[in-house]
Design a binder for this molecule. Structure first.
Ligand code: ATP
Length: 235
């Protein structure tokens, strides 16, 4: 479904990705693991067209390299960046509407999509008319994911969705990601909670200084001594 090959990204003189290769097959959950600064967020940004890159990126057999973010999302590939970034002065429903208006969807479809998204997030449904600023961290994160779902993506890229959340909410976010996956959306997940993320994934990639240093079935990575010692808090 997604095929990245030989991808380079530079921030000025700093090379953040070095000839990176990655594949995500339809229906999979794939987790990216790596230390701070390894290039995980940069990879998601490059795929979604937020930062320029050199190399090949194909989504459903179509080249999306060099496309603008709004063109990438129109192909069915949505990105929920780190840090939530919802509109504090808009309500939950308005935040979802804005995402869909930006995509040019008709009003009737938007209404149906909001109902569909709120079904996934019962807590948000209860707060549909609340302003973004009044939501808890967990609710804001759910809203950020819900906004990504408004695009009806075939694949969703999530950057640190559990960052800064209490353990109970981390579990809730993972439950929701599993539900989105079961409903047929392919997922590429960046998570500092690497053990939890790999536990729900089919496959994983380990990044170091902009390169893939390990990859394989998630269960294999979870039991790989070097990966456990370096990234999963083991010995
Ligand atoms: P984190 O979990 O800290 O976000 P990451 O694996 O997602 O880590 P990136 O944020 O992709 O890593 O960063 C990769 C490299 O690119 C790092 O060396 C970082 O300092 C650098 N970098 C990231 N964003 C920028 C930027 N806007 N300008 C310059 N350098 C950047």
């Amino acid at each position: 479904m997604l095929q990245v090959s030989n991808l380079d990204v530079f921030y000025g003189p700093v090379q953040a990705l070095r000839g990176l290769d990655l594949v995500v097959n339809q229906g999979e959950v794939v987790t990216l693991v790596g230390a701070n600064g390894a290039g995980k967020s940069t990879l998601l940004r490059a795929i979604s067209g937020v930062v320029p890159s050199r190399g090949n990126i194909e989504f459903n057999g179509q080249s999306i390299a060099g496309k603008a973010p709004e063109e990438v999302i129109a192909t069915g590939l949505a990105h929920v960046p780190e840090g939530r970034r919802i509109f504090p002065g808009l309500t939950v429903v308005e935040n979802l509407q804005v995402a869909a208006y930006a995509l040019g969807y008709p009003d009737r479809q938007i209404k149906a999509d909001i109902d569909r998204v709120l079904e996934v997030f019962p807590n948000l449904a209860n707060r549909a008319r609340s302003y973004g600023w009044s939501l808890s961290g967990g609710e804001q994160q759910m809203l950020a994911i819900g906004r990504g779902l408004m695009a009806r993506p075939r694949m969703l890229m999530l950057d640190e969705p559990s960052l800064g959340l209490a353990p109970r909410l981390v579990e809730e976010v993972f439950r929701i990601i599993a539900e989105i996956s079961q409903k047929g959306t392919t997922i590429l997940l960046v998570e500092q909670n690497a053990t939890m993320a790999l536990s729900m994934a089919n496959r994983g990639y380990v990044l170091e200084t902009g390169q893939v240093v390990h990859s394989g079935p998630a269960q294999e990575l979870l039991h790989d001594e070097a990966v456990v010692a370096a990234y999963l808090g083991g010995h």
